[in-house]
Design a protein around this ligand. Structure first.
Ligand SMILES: Nc1nc2c(c(=O)[nH]1)N[C@H]1C(S)=C(S)[C@@H](COP(=O)(O)O)O[C@H]1N2
Ligand SMILES: [Mo]
Length: 316
């Protein structure tokens, strides 16, 4: 396996480019008066995104060089802000994700509307370098800041009827201009089976590269399931609903033959219109060799057990 999960003692802080370097670079670029600065670093106005202090490094980290911040924040999929890769960075600049709350409902003993500050406390935050693999056959490596989804779900006390978890993105066409056109059925919804949601690799992220999430990356709170295609990692979540039956999901609904409910990264199951055997790492030269796609995006040892006995060609 090319990707291994390291023990905390293996994680050297020097492997993650320190925040100061990025802040310094950002200030340098702005100081140099480059017109591109606003495009390269669109979040926050003149200032950097708010730093998230005291974040501990998690052992759940891949041993790979993170994709530079510029690419992570300018090459995005977030259809609420447009369908082009550079649209979210431009069109989400004015989006204000504060205040924010998340409605928790369904098969739980403690439903309610939770303010983001009550849902996720700063002292719980950890950094995990995860690979994000888009169904479009490109990938990135991102140092996310977040907390295990399981830790959050347990606090709502799921009832025995909770078999699935459904997530919903904010629906607000005034603030999310992409929602004024019916390119997808809004709001964006995604879901996991309960055992997937409780897996320690699944996290709710509130930051990346040591700072609060940029708007284009799903501020202020998004899901990250690193063994699944990126479209499962729903952004700007306002609702978490625990359910007895399998909920509909946005991409599965828009193209059931192309996007499965499970959406596990699988080099052996091609998308009907393109291969999933290889991927292009964003930030690499266009002529750089593509990388082999790994089963479950490299997390086979950790997650294969969730799908024991399932035909992954049928349940793609
Ligand atoms: N609400 C919402 N969430 C979304 C999307 C979207 O269009 N809307 N795009 C998904 C897709 S296809 C991918 S690959 C990832 C991209 O995350 P990134 O832009 O932070 O790299 O977000 C996912 N989450
Ligand atoms: Mo994607």
């Amino acid at each position: 396996m090319l990707i291994k999960i390291r023990k905390p003692s293996d994680v050297r802080s020097s492997e993650i480019t320190p925040k100061e370097v990025f802040l310094g670079r950002r200030r340098f670029i702005q100081g140099a008066g480059l017109a591109a600065a606003g495009v390269l670093f669109p979040f926050g106005s003149a200032d950097a995104g708010a730093a998230l202090p005291g974040v501990v490094k998690s052992p759940y980290t891949v041993d790979q060089e993170p994709t530079p911040l510029e690419f992570v924040t300018t090459y995005n999929n977030f259809y609420e802000f447009g369908t082009g890769k550079d649209d979210p960075a431009k069109n989400a600049r004015k989006f204000n994700p504060k205040p924010w709350s998340v409605a928790v409902s369904g098969e739980v003993s403690k439903p309610g509307v939770y303010a983001l500050e009550d849902l996720i406390k700063p002292h719980q935050l950890e950094e995990r370098v995860y690979r994000l693999r888009c169904v479009e056959a490109w990938s990135m490596v991102v140092p996310w800041v977040g907390i295990p989804l399981a830790d959050v779900l347990k606090r709502f006390e799921p009832t025995p009827g909770a078999k699935f978890v459904a997530f919903e993105t904010l629906f607000d066409p005034e603030r999310m201009p992409g929602q004024r056109r019916p390119v997808l059925k809004w709001p964006y919804i995604e879901a996991l089976r309960m055992d997937e949601a409780m897996h320690p690799l699944a996290i709710l992220a509130v930051g990346l590269y040591g700072e609060e999430l940029p708007n284009q990356n799903g501020a202020p709170i998004r899901l990250i399931t690193p063994w699944k295609y990126g479209f499962k990692s729903i952004k700007s979540i306002v609702s978490i609903r625990l359910m007895e039956t399998m909920p509909p999901t946005t991409w599965n609904r828009s193209g059931p033959g192309e996007y499965g409910f499970y959406a596990n990264v699988n080099p052996n199951v091609d998308h009907p219109r393109w291969s999933q055997k290889k991927e292009r790492r964003i930030g690499d030269s266009y002529f750089a060799p593509k990388k082999k796609t790994l089963m479950f995006n490299g997390y086979e040892d950790e997650v294969a057990g969730l799908y024991a006995g399932m035909d992954l060609k049928k349940f793609f």
